[in-house]
Design a protein. Structure first.
Length: 220
């Protein structure tokens, strides 16, 4: 039985330039890569946690901004639809993850199959990375669109959650995400909005895990 990590490994060839995003499945893939140094891959990641985990395993993983082009990129998501649009709302590093995806020939999402559905999960937020000085304007703009919006709070201290760029995150919620493309375009056009957690037209393939642990590949 081939697992999600097994299928991901089959995509790799020696000397490839590869971006590793975040999430449990990507970390499992990172563990396996540490056991296969003969592939001689050039590894990058938009995730500080993935880079630190790789270093612990003896891998050199550079920041994704140091790479100009990636043959492959692997990442996780919180929800993905049948058109391969996805929400990556919980991590808060969407600016760097999206840039890594845009620089990749192939961008694969590693995810439980339960997260692949006809429509995106409405319980998840459309998250916006926003300059602090503009956050209340963006809150108002989201509310004018009929969205419930709130600034994400930090977990460790009494402050707002911060992105690696020092910006804040605004989480927007709707009854459903049938109009998420329109919401996303309108909000991204506002001054002060740096990035969003909605990834449209970037995913080229999905490697999903079934309940029995077997992996399955979906491509466009």
């Amino acid at each position: 039985m081939q697992t999600i990590v097994d299928l991901a490994l089959q995509k790799l060839r020696p000397q490839m330039s590869v971006s590793l995003g975040g999430g449990r499945n990507v970390l499992a893939l990172t563990e396996e890569l540490a056991k296969q140094p003969s592939k001689n891959l050039k590894l990058y990641s938009p995730s500080e946690l993935t880079r630190a985990y790789g270093q612990k395993l003896g891998l050199e993983i550079l920041a994704s901004e140091q790479g100009r082009h990636f043959d492959l990129a692997f990442d996780g998501c919180d929800s993905i639809d049948y058109q391969f649009n996805c929400l990556k709302s919980k991590g808060g590093i969407n600016y760097f993850e999206k840039r890594a995806a845009q620089k990749s020939d192939e961008y694969f999402i590693l995810t439980p199959k339960t997260r692949l559905n006809e429509t995106l999960d409405a319980q998840l937020a459309l998250s916006l990375e926003v300059k602090l000085e503009r956050c209340f304007e963006i809150l108002a703009a989201a509310q004018q669109l009929g969205l419930r919006a709130e600034i994400r709070l930090g977990q460790a201290v009494a402050s707002y959650a911060r992105t690696p760029l020092g910006n804040v995150l605004i989480d927007c919620f709707a009854t459903d995400w049938q109009q998420i493309k329109d919401y996303n375009e309108q909000l991204l056009a506002k001054p002060g909005v740096v990035a969003s957690s909605y990834f449209e037209g970037l995913v080229t393939g999905i490697i999903a895990s079934e309940e029995n642990g077997q992996g399955i590949i979906f491509t466009r």
